[in-house]
Design a binder for this molecule. Structure first.
Ligand SMILES: NC(=O)c1ccc[n+]([C@@H]2O[C@H](COP(=O)([O-])OP(=O)(O)OC[C@H]3O[C@@H](n4cnc5c(N)ncnc54)[C@H](O)[C@@H]3O)[C@@H](O)[C@H]2O)c1
Length: 363
């Protein structure tokens, strides 16, 4: 390792994956003073060459192992198909590197727990890319709930629904072994993360879920503007999950995540929180940067609807990576060993088990 946590020496980053996630992360690191991207790994020679030229990176590799094996790299940024997240992260953590991992943390609870254990035992930072919660509208909602509140939140509705949004139909995203699941494990981490964040991190104690993969299997629903790594060439996962979540505080959540549907939904993200004294709604169609918030209350006996004027400037991935670098530099890594991402994976895992078994599953 070239630097201790408090050293002024540059932090040296190796990026694994050259797709959307790896490229976005690389741009974010490069924008932070004192952080250098020194190596990139990926299977696509053309993308590696293009990134090496654009980022002035000398070392590119076809396999992640070459990055983890180096002793002059401080941080490994993991942006590969989901099934590799645990394998790469655990190896990197054991070799003394900090890890920034794309969502989901892992494809099973067991793998996610092993990652948290590796980060804890080696006392290295393990952070996950929950960039959606950094949207300015989600941040405003969080602040409103903390400062003003809506009374006890007894029920929430949370969803991400697309009309035609299967990323890379027949790519790794739709291979069970490489992705671990479909719409839920792809879009669910962001929705569940923002929801739990807004609700004050309640624990989910039970889930009852159903999963369908009708549209993908019938060849409908492909998102046409993405180029992902190849997979099995088949559609082996679900394109819709609907679930009822029971929370430890007695509250409930109706969750629906879908990649595709013959419906009006078109990349719609929605979170509705129903409190005893008020309600809060976040509705983001097609990543809309404004007019995404509603607050409902009853004042002087009449229903009042507020429309907070919050604009979302974008760049959330950069914010998450900046915070990650700040944590690494702080030298205080308590609570940054991936533990809070773990519960998100446990919820998703439980939903898949419930759908497979056809009954409610407790966590
Ligand atoms: N935070 C977000 O908003 C966000 C957005 C998109 C994707 N993601 C996540 O990022 C990850 C990657 O998604 P993507 O869309 O960039 O996929 P992608 O298919 O475009 O890229 C995957 C990359 O992994 C590389 N790879 C695979 N096996 C490898 C190996 N053995 N060694 C080195 N490199 C290897 C591939 O060569 C490819 O470059 C996924 O986990 C996805 O869920 C997160």
């Amino acid at each position: 390792m070239t630097s201790s946590p408090l050293s002024p020496a540059p932090l040296r980053v190796g990026i694994v994956g050259t797709g959307y996630a790896g490229t976005t992360a690389g741009e974010a690191y490069r924008a932070i003073p004192g952080v250098e991207v020194v190596a990139v790994a990926g299977k696509e020679a053309d993308r590696l060459a293009a990134l090496a030229a654009a980022w002035d990176v000398a070392d590119v590799y076809p396999d992640w192992e070459a990055i983890v094996a180096r002793d002059d790299i401080d941080i490994v940024s993991v942006a590969t198909p989901n099934a590799l997240h645990d394998v790469i992260s655990i190896a990197a953590l054991r070799s003394g590197k900090h890890v920034f991992c794309e969502k989901p943390l892992a494809i099973t609870s067991e793998a996610a727990r092993a990652m948290v254990a590796a980060a804890t035992e080696n006392d290295r930072v393990l952070e996950v890319a929950f960039n959606h919660r950094r949207r300015a509208d989600v941040q405003w909602a969080h602040r409103y709930l903390e400062e003003t509140g809506v009374g006890r939140i007894y029920h929430a509705r949370a969803s991400w629904k697309r009309r035609s949004g299967i990323p890379g139909l027949t790519s790794w995203f739709t291979s069970r072994d490489l992705a671990g699941g479909g719409a839920l494990i792809d879009l669910g981490p962001h929705v569940i993360d923002s929801l739990l964040y807004l609700m004050g991190e309640p624990r989910v104690v039970a889930v009852s879920a159903v999963a369908h993969g009708e549209l993908g299997r019938a060849g409908y629903g492909a998102m046409d503007n993405r180029e992902q790594m190849a997979g099995s060439g088949r559609f082996e996962v679900e394109d819709l999950v609907s679930a009822l979540l029971r929370l430890e505080n007695g509250a409930s959540v109706a969750l629906e995540i879908s990649w595709a549907g013959h419906t009006a939904d078109d990349e719609d993200i929605s979170i509705e929180l129903l409190g005893v004294d008020g309600g809060l709604r976040l509705f983001v169609p097609r990543y809309k940067p404004q007019d995404t918030l509603w607050v409902y209350r009853q004042d002087a006996g009449a229903p009042v609807t507020m429309r907070p004027a919050v604009t979302v400037p974008g760049g959330e991935h950069g914010l998450v990576i900046t915070e990650f670098i700040d944590v690494v530099r702080s030298g205080d890594w308590t609570g940054h060993h991936g533990e809070f991402a773990l519960h998100r994976t446990e919820i998703i895992d439980a939903c898949y088990r419930s759908a497979a078994e056809g009954k409610e599953v407790t966590l």
